[in-house]
Design a protein around this ligand. Structure first.
Ligand SMILES: C[S@@+](CC[C@H](N)C(=O)[O-])C[C@H]1O[C@@H](n2cnc3c(N)ncnc32)[C@H](O)[C@@H]1O
Length: 350
């Protein structure tokens, strides 16, 4: 968590501009490095498993590190809100317990690891190229293909963010009664499909994704739905998606493509749907960031989409016009998730 300045510090840093506010970005960058290391070392899990708060020496002993190094790291993590200290011992804060423990349903650790191990190293290579030349020299998905383990880290990260939205989203997506069929286009980790199949016993589903992504699914599909969830490897821009589906999900897919590709993809999806079939999009939409955090979040994802995918965030009007052009009608929109900016857009095949 970025350090939260007190009233006087906010006055000096932001209002009076008397001290260098960019220093806070430096603290934020250092904090991200420190948290990533803590995750790597299993520091948070070790504190969670301990029956009482631990001294730096006891913690260092359990994770095989140097006591002075652990003390310095932990003292910094205290100032950043990840740990609390009393009487020379450290314990987790509620924030860390909720967002960074593997036992938590809202564990964002894999998302931070994804950024630490893949996205920021990719930014190092491509941010300047993307800004100066207008596009990166390759997409992050092409780069994942060079080393298949990258796909596993990526899908674990996507899955972590999906876990924050899965209840909201599966509440909102309606599935026809009877034997319904769904395709999850770019479905990756499959969390949304798995949860929808759990809730709808007559639903069968196909997760369509690139070969590298499909291979990582492996044991992720729980036994209770495994006989109703299939995978199909291919490129959704060119390969056969199958046909006769009642519902098609395109979650976090639209932002990766230019307008012509999106319109063509919607047309391909329309062809794969049964009459009156529905397409459901989930994405971040331009114009939806109205508070400082959601505005920064939207501009942050726009910069990373440019750098990693040569892509961007689109407006609701843009996506609506592509859907109409591709043969969809009755377009509705519904916000989902704890942070403003993400919404489901749903439409019916004419
Ligand atoms: C940002 S992830 C979203 C995963 C999941 N739908 C979600 O919302 O959490 C985008 C997914 O699209 C897949 N993808 C990207 N380009 C693709 C293509 N041309 N054909 C098939 N899948 C693709 C990626 O492999 C990845 O799993």
């Amino acid at each position: 968590m970025p350090v939260n300045p007190n009233f006087l510090e906010r006055l000096v840093l932001f209002r009076l501009n008397k001290a260098p506010a960019p220093m806070l970005d430096l603290f934020g960058a250092a904090s991200f490095e420190a948290v990533s290391l803590a995750l790597d070392l299993g520091l948070f899990e070790t504190l969670a498993d301990a029956e009482t708060p631990l001294t730096a020496a006891a913690l260092a002993d359990r994770i095989d590190a140097h006591p002075d190094g652990i003390a310095t790291l932990c003292d910094f993590l205290v100032t950043e809100g990840y740990l609390a200290a009393s009487d020379g011992s450290y314990r987790l804060t509620g924030m860390t317990e909720k967002w960074l423990l593997t036992t938590s349903e809202t564990n964002m650790g894999p998302w931070l690891t994804f950024w630490n191990e893949l996205v920021f190293p990719f930014w190092e290579r491509e941010l300047e190229t993307a800004v100066v030349e207008g596009e990166p020299s390759q997409s992050i998905y092409e780069w994942f293909d060079e080393e298949p383990a990258r796909w596993e880290t990526a899908q674990a990260g996507f899955r972590a963010t999906a876990s924050l939205l899965v209840d909201d989203v599966t509440d909102a997506v309606s599935v026809p009664d009877g034997n319904a069929r769904l395709v999850d286009v770019g479905g990756g980790h499959g969390l949304y499909t798995i949860e929808l199949c759990r809730r709808h016993p007559n639903l069968t589903a196909t997760i369509f994704d690139l070969p590298g992504a499909v291979e990582t699914l492996g044991d992720e599909v729980p036994a209770e739905v495994a006989d109703r969830v299939r995978t199909r490897a291919g490129d959704y821009l060119t390969d056969d998606l199958g046909d006769g589906y009642d519902v098609a999900l395109l979650f976090n897919v639209v932002h990766a493509h230019d307008p012509a590709e999106n319109t063509a993809l919607f047309e391909r999806v329309a062809d794969s749907l049964a009459p009156n079939g529905r397409i459901v999009l989930l994405d971040q939409w331009e114009g939806s960031g109205r508070t400082p955090v959601s505005r920064a979040g939207l501009r942050f994802v726009a910069l990373t989409y440019l750098t990693t995918l040569d892509a961007t965030v689109y407006t609701h009007e843009e996506v609506t016009s592509w859907l109409r052009e591709a043969g969809f009608e009755d377009i509705t929109r519904r916000s989902v998730g704890p942070v403003a900016g993400q919404a489901l857009v749903e439409a019916t095949k004419r």
